[in-house]
Design a protein around this ligand. Sequence first.
Ligand code: AP5
Length: 225
Amino acid sequence: MSGSRDNRAIILFGPPGAGKGTQADRLLRDLGFEYIATGDILREAIAKKTPLGRRASEYMNAGQLVPDEVMIPIVEERLAKEGRGGGFLLDGFPRTVRQAEMLDKAAERNGIRIGRAIYLKTSREVIVQRLSGRRVCPKCGATYHVRNIPPKVQGVCDRCGSELAQREDDQEQAIVRRLVEYEKQTADVINYYRGKGVLAEIDGDLPVDESYPQIARLVAEDHSP
Ligand code: AP5
């Protein structure tokens, strides 16, 4: 247990392309929390060609969720370590009600309070526009958009100068499949957190400069034990 320190978990969730990673990047600059982004963990495993990466890539490239049996132990292990700056920022987890239930149990075991579950409600039209224009840096992980959030020099990462790339799962067919999976499996997570009274809904269609201050305020005001 973590004693009297407020060790909390903030959850960012919403459909693919809602802007979870983009908002997380800003929150981390302000909070310095321990960041657990399951999509990033899996992409790193794929890049390193580990057994996890080999197993996960088939699901990810097809736009399907990686099975709970694979995901749950990964997150449990990360939660058992002390969070930075008072807590954890979860991006892309939980994605199923089973993952949400596991998170509750692991949080209790490790003295972590579930603070806010911030749901970025985003329209389909915006999602497709964002994912098809997304470009990522394979070296440092920075994310851009060809029109919405372009790098200073086209195709080149502002942070590290590497050449930008498109994610495999941002191809049209995989985008459609990810949206179907989201509706089928992740939409129920909204009701799960609504039932627990910790859900906060943000308009994910808004430009980042308008939505981020709302998110930062929610996190700053969430201090109840
Ligand atoms: P993951 O990496 O988590 O992908 P995702 O949920 O599909 O979300 P994205 O990363 O695509 O989008 P995002 O919401 O972070 O948006 P971003 O900020 O980049 O997971 C990938 C895969 O891994 C899954 O499909 C699954 O297979 C597997 N997986 C991961 N976690 C799992 C789990 N727990 N269980 C099972 N399987 C799991 O923004 C998108 C674009 O829009 C960018 O170009 C950005 O610059 C731009 N943008 C963002 N916000 C704005 C804004 N407000 N205005 C204008 N442009 C914006």
